[in-house]
Design a protein around this ligand. Structure first.
Ligand code: BJW
Length: 236
């Protein structure tokens, strides 16, 4: 791939699957054990906060036992070595991109290791449970919830994402089913802007038709190979 300077990369649960973090929609995935409407909407939280807090306490504890895999490490290498603009827009709420060493990361669906105080709007770093209604370190209110974007809520930093897409020369989507908007629509936004698009996923995503190129297989194989291509000087 030549003439590329600015890259936007969208990642989803598939990039963390080989680290042992469940995806959402696969057989045996998170939504098989929990109905979305019971745990991932503001209405669910209002109806049964204990159920929702326990679900997220369990997952917050679990991600802290997992480690980045070869795909996270390859993107961190690209982040370090790529001298054009690069933005990793992740739908993931784990911190494996950061633990692999990536710095240009934007969490559009929030982060497990933050809490959000609905009283004062602080977002303190949070590694422990929320079920016992701990006090917010900023204001003292017992009003902390997971800092996770639920269905019906606005994903974070959309202006920054669209601004990066407008400047991009390549859009790459890794490990996402293309089932959840607005992220699922980025490939079409990119096409409208005339930007080449590449899908790297275990299987064809719901939006695979929209990509100029799609490569299918495990992220730990596909992503390091693609990063190597991007960083290898073109042969003359
Ligand atoms: C591998 C692999 C390996 C496995 N290697 N690959 C039309 C337009 C706009 C909005 C809507 C719309 N229609 C409906 C909506 C609303 C709604 C929505 O999208 N609903 C759908 C069900 C249709 N969206 C929203 O409500 C969003 N807010 C919103 O739209 O606000 C208004 C707005 C409008 C326009 C512009 C801007 C704003 C909010 C969405 C919040 C999503 N939150 C969740 C849950 C967080 C809580 C939690 O973590 O528990 O975020 S949903 C869940 O899905 C999570 C994920 O980030 C998200 C995406 O899932 P992902 O990552 O794709 O995972 P999977 O499991 O689906 O797929 C994994 C893929 O990996 C698979 O393809 C595998 O094959 C692959 N794979 N192993 C490579 N080893």
């Amino acid at each position: 791939m030549t003439g590329i300077r600015n890259i936007v990369i969208l990642t989803g649960a598939g990039i963390s699957a080989e680290s042992g973090i469940d995806t959402f929609r696969a057989e045996g995935g998170l939504w098989e054990d929990h109905r979305v409407e019971d745990v991932a909407t503001p209405e669910a939280f209002a109806r049964d906060p204990d159920l929702v807090l326990r679900f997220y306490d369990m997952r917050r504890a679990a991600i802290q036992t997992k480690a980045p895999n070869a795909a996270h490490l390859a993107l961190a290498r690209l982040d370090r070595e790529w001298d054009g603009d690069l933005l990793i827009v992740t739908q993931n709420v784990d911190d494996l991109h950061e633990r692999a060493g990536a710095t240009r990361v934007l969490h559009m669906h929030g982060e497990h290791l933050n809490a959000w105080c609905t009283a004062c709007d602080a977002r303190p770093r949070w590694t422990g449970p929320l079920i016992d209604r701990p006090a917010c370190p900023e204001c003292g209110a017992a009003a902390l919830r997971p800092d996770i974007v639920w269905f019906g809520e606005m994903p974070y930093r959309m202006d920054e994402i669209f601004a990066a897409l407008e400047e991009a020369d390549l859009f790459v989507s890794i490990g996402t089913s293309g089932a959840v908007y607005p992220a699922a629509g980025f490939v079409r936004n990119a096409r409208e802007l005339g930007i080449p698009t590449l899908e790297l996923n275990l299987e064809p995503s719901q939006g695979t038709y929209w990509f100029d190129e799609a490569r299918h297989g495990p992220a730990t194989g596909l992503v390091p190979a693609w990063v190597e291509e991007m960083l290898s000087p073109p042969r003359t």
